[in-house]
Design a protein around this ligand. Structure first.
Ligand code: ATP
Ligand code: MG
Length: 402
């Protein structure tokens, strides 16, 4: 139970104030699976304003749904008031949320039995839907009527598949049947929510197995971008390892399909600027490698935190293997790490060529110096660089008018 120690003060405070409090969700499931837990979520009978009153550091993230974040010793805990949900007429949000005092009602609104187990402060499990049995049998089973649960919130179908990729579980028969008969409803779900699940799906330890499942293939066909490129879904069955990130999986798809571009993917998904930049840098690095550019140039243009992911993508693409060690060594051997390190500056160039108007040529000349220094063709020494530019770019002769 040591893994739950950080949550103890929060549970104790709520209970001492007269409320019920439980640990719920993924951390209970992962604890029962004996795998490392992520965030600890807490469910309580206290209303959000009562939670706010009890703790000094609270971030009100979703008060209308009963959720606040309590910060304690630099850790965040999502504390959610026990609640019941009514109908979902838009397949997105419950029409109303009712706070309740019965933890079983709160567990009943959760997606799968393995995610519907509560843990009390004294270490007792409350498991009204047979979640522990499902964990033992490695099964993903909807809480209650699967058909109705997927209808309420179709994202749960994608969650089922991402859990099968993460945990290697199979989807229980009735749940799978309901999933297969409600597939098109996934189109009602917002792209942001889809992306969160896809990110976890492509990182799953059992991704290879999950990609061969009929339910996965059939669900992917209904997702943005994949629906226009359905041949790719079959090709994905060749994938033999999980990806570091969703964007890496997208880069892999671009490499394997001439008609797939990052631009098209960026149009379908709301990726962050960081994700977009990483995708572009990884793809550029692989293209450089394919074109047999010097390794020095490749590692120079690629931020070092992406080396491992680059090496992984190279391995998947059938190119000659490139180890992380080789990349780090090439990085260490670099004579410069950015344009700022070039021993000759823009101002020096202006002085060397007083006749030339300021313009694009300065940047172009620096680019050339940069490439030549990185690849070892030129030493990064001021005098030698000066000499090189004056020889390579002779002073323009003034034209004479006779
Ligand atoms: P992870 O370890 O990847 O975070 P998780 O099970 O904790 O997995 P979360 O998305 O963090 O997943 O959700 C926390 C809990 O909230 C779930 O375990 C489940 O009980 C409940 N839950 C989340 N999303 C839904 C949903 N769409 N429908 C019903 N219950 C949900
Ligand atoms: Mg979670």
């Amino acid at each position: 139970m040591d893994v739950f120690k950080p949550a103890e003060p929060i549970l104790t405070r709520l209970i001492e104030a007269g409320y019920q409090a439980y640990i719920v969700g993924g951390s209970v499931r992962d604890y029962l699976l004996n795998t490392p837990i992520n965030d600890i979520d807490i469910a309580t009978s206290a209303k959000p304003e009562q939670v706010i009153a009890l703790f000094p550091q609270v971030i009100p993230v979703g008060i209308e749904h009963g959720t606040v974040i309590v910060r304690d010793h630099h850790t965040s805990f999502e504390v959610t008031t026990l609640r019941e949900e009514t109908t979902y007429s838009d397949h997105r949000h419950p029409d109303a949320v009712h706070f309740v005092t019965d933890v079983v009602k709160d567990l009943a609104r959760r997606d799968f039995t393995m995610n519907a187990i509560a843990l009390t402060e004294s270490g007792e499990l409350i498991d009204p839907f047979g979640g522990q049995d499902c964990i033992i049998n490695k099964q993903i089973q909807a809480v209650g009527n699967a058909e109705a649960r997927f209808n309420e919130d179709p994202l749960r179908m994608l969650r089922a598949i991402r859990f099968s990729s993460q945990l290697g579980f199979t989807i229980e028969q009735k749940t799978k049947h309901a999933l297969l008969s409600n597939l098109p409803l996934i189109r009602e779900v917002s792209i942001e929510r889809i992306q969160v699940e896809l990110e976890k799906f492509f990182q799953g330890t059992y991704l290879t197995e999950a990609l061969t499942l009929t339910e996965t293939k059939q669900l992917l066909v209904h997702l943005p971008f994949f629906k226009e490129k359905s041949v790719m879904i079959e090709a994905l069955t060749n994938v033999t390892m999980s990806f570091y990130r969703l964007i890496d999986a997208f880069v892999y798809m671009c490499l394997n399909h001439d008609d797939v571009t990052l631009t098209a993917i960026y149009k379908s998904y709301r990726l962050s600027n960081v994700q977009k930049r990483e995708g572009r840098l990884l793809l550029e690095a692989i293209e450089r490698y394919q074109q047999k550019e010097p390794l020095a140039l490749i590692v120079y243009h690629l931020p070092s935190h992406l080396y491992e992911r680059f090496s992984d993508l190279v391995a998947r693409s059938g190119l000659d293997a490139l180890s992380l060690v080789a990349l780090k060594q090439a990085h260490q051997a670099l004579p410069i790490h950015s344009k700022q390190d070039i021993a000759l500056k823009g101002n020096d160039l202006i002085q060397l060529f007083p006749e030339r108007k300021r313009g694009k040529w300065i940047g172009e000349m620096l680019d050339q110096l940069e490439t030549n220094i990185v690849t070892g063709n030129l030493p990064n020494q001021r005098e030698q660089l000066k000499e090189w530019v004056t020889w390579s770019y002779p002073i323009e002769k003034k034209s004479f008018n006779y």
